[in-house]
Design a protein around this ligand. Structure first.
Ligand code: KG4
Length: 345
C-alpha cells in the first residue's frame, strides 16, 4: 500500500560502462538492476562511443525490470534521481536524457546526483532483513575505483570534503594497467585479486611514491612494474607465466600499502575512527583484510560495503536522491551532465 508520505526514488546510473536502475522506498532498497557491458573486453578498456550505444540499448529494459522487481507502480514514484557526473559524457547523456523524459511524462521532479557522493552514501542503503549499521558523522571514506582514489571527510549525508586524492592514476587503473602488461583481459583488478591469493606478496618489491600530504600517485608504480618485467623477460621469456601468482600478490600488496599509509595518516590527523571504504576496488580481498587488521589494531569502526554496492550501481544514486529529496534539492529540464565534477558540486 502506498501512503502519501512514502518517498519512492527511481535511481539511474550510466556514468561509465554499467547501465543500472534501482528503486528505493523510504531508504529501503526494493530493486537494483545492473547491466554490465561486455563489449569493451576485447579493447583492453572502456570505449566511450560503444559505452553510450550500449546504454541506449539497455536503459529501457533495465528501468522496466527495476520497477517490476520493486513491485511498485510507475505512478507511485516520487522523483527520478540520475547521475549527472563525473563520468563519460556520452554515457551520462543517455541517463540524463532518459531521466528527463521519465520525469516529464510522469509529472515528477528530477534530482541530479554526483556519482562520487553516491559511492560514499552506499553505506546508507537499508535492506529488509539486513541489520542497518551506518557510519556516524564525521567519518572518513576511502573511495577507490577505476576513476578515483580519494580520502573524503564526510561531515553529513550531503556535506563532504576531499582531503587527499591521486595526482595521476586511480588505484583501479593501477590494477587494470598492470594486469594488461601481464596479458590479462580488462578489467584486470578482480583477476589479480584472485591470483594473488595463491602467491607470495613479498616475492618482488616495487617502488612506492613519495607524495606530500594525503595525496596518492600510482603512475610510477605502473612504470616500475613495466620496466621490471621488461628486464626479467630479457633473461627468461617465460617469466610472467612462471611467476604470475607472486607477481599479482606483490603488486596487490604494493597498491594496498600505498592506500593504507595515507588512510592511517588521515585518521591520525583528523582523530576520526569511523572509517568507510567505497568504489570498485573496495571489493579487493587483500584491501579488505588490511582494513580489518588496521581497524582492530587502531580501534576503528570499519564499514565495508556489500559487493553489489562496491561497483557502479543505481542503488547508491537512489539513496543519495532520497536524501536530496528530503531537502527539496531538485533540478529542471535544462540539466546537463558534466564529465568532471568535484565531490561538492
Ligand atoms: O567503481 P567501479 O565499478 O567503476 C569505475 O570507477 O570504473 O570500479 C571499477 C574498478 C576497476 O578498475 C576494477 O579493476 C576494480 O574496480 N576492481 C578491483 C576488484 N574488483 C573491481 N580491483 C581489485 N580487486 C578487485 N577485487
Amino acid at each position: 500500500m502506498e501512503h502519501s508520505s512514502d518517498i519512492i526514488i527511481l535511481g539511474i546510473e550510466s556514468s561509465c560502462d554499467d547501465t543500472s536502475a534501482a528503486v528505493i522506498k523510504n531508504g529501503y532498497l526494493l530493486s537494483n538492476i545492473i547491466a554490465s557491458q561486455k563489449v569493451h573486453e576485447a579493447y583492453g578498456g572502456v570505449v566511450p562511443e560503444l559505452a553510450s550505444r550500449a546504454h541506449q540499448q539497455n536503459i529501457v529494459p533495465v528501468v522496466d525490470q527495476a520497477i517490476k522487481q520493486a513491485g511498485i507502480k510507475r505512478e507511485e514514484i516520487s522523483a527520478v534521481a540520475f547521475t549527472r557526473g563525473p563520468g563519460l559524457l556520452g554515457s551520462l547523456l543517455v541517463g540524463t536524457s532518459f531521466a528527463k523524459g521519465f520525469a516529464l511524462s510522469s509529472g515528477i521532479p528530477m534530482i541530479d546526483i554526483n556519482h562520487l557522493q553516491g559511492h560514499v552514501l552506499a553505506h546508507f542503503i537499508k535492506e529488509d532483513g539486513v541489520e542497518f549499521n551506518a557510519p556516524k558523522f564525521p567519518h572518513l571514506c576511502l573511495l577507490v575505483s577505476g576513476g578515483n582514489s580519494q580520502i573524503i571527510l564526510v561531515k553529513d549525508h550531503l556535506e563532504m570534503e576531499v582531503i587527499g586524492q591521486t595526482i595521476d592514476d586511480a588505484a583501479g587503473e593501477a590494477f587494470d594497467k598492470c594486469a594488461k602488461v601481464l596479458g590479462m583481459p580488462y578489467p584486470g583488478g578482480p583477476l589479480i585479486d584472485k591470483l594473488a591469493k595463491e602467491g607470495n606478496p613479498n616475492a618482488f618489491e616495487f617502488s612506492k611514491p613519495r607524495i606530500k600530504d594525503l595525496d596518492y600517485s600510482f603512475s610510477g608504480l605502473k612504470t616500475s612494474f613495466l620496466y621490471f618485467l621488461r628486464d626479467q623477460l630479457k633473461e627468461n621469456e617465460n617469466f610472467i607465466e612462471e611467476n604470475q601468482p607472486d607477481l599479482c600478490a606483490s603488486l596487490q600488496k604494493t597498491i594496498i600499502d600505498i592506500l593504507m599509509a595515507k588512510l592511517i595518516k588521515a585518521a591520525k590527523q583528523t582523530g576520526i575512527k569511523e572509517i568507510t571504504v567505497a568504489g570498485g576496488v573496495s571489493a579487493n580481498s587483500g584491501l579488505q583484510n588490511a582494513l580489518r587488521q588496521e581497524a582492530n589494531k587502531r580501534r576503528w569502526n570499519m564499514y565495508i560495503p556489500k559487493f553489489a554496492f562496491t561497483m557502479d550501481n543505481a542503488a547508491m544514486i537512489a539513496i543519495t536522491g532520497y536524501y536530496k529529496y528530503q531537502k527539496g534539492e531538485f533540478i529542471g529540464q535544462d540539466a546537463i551532465p558534466f564529465a568532471r565534477m568535484n565531490i561538492n558540486e
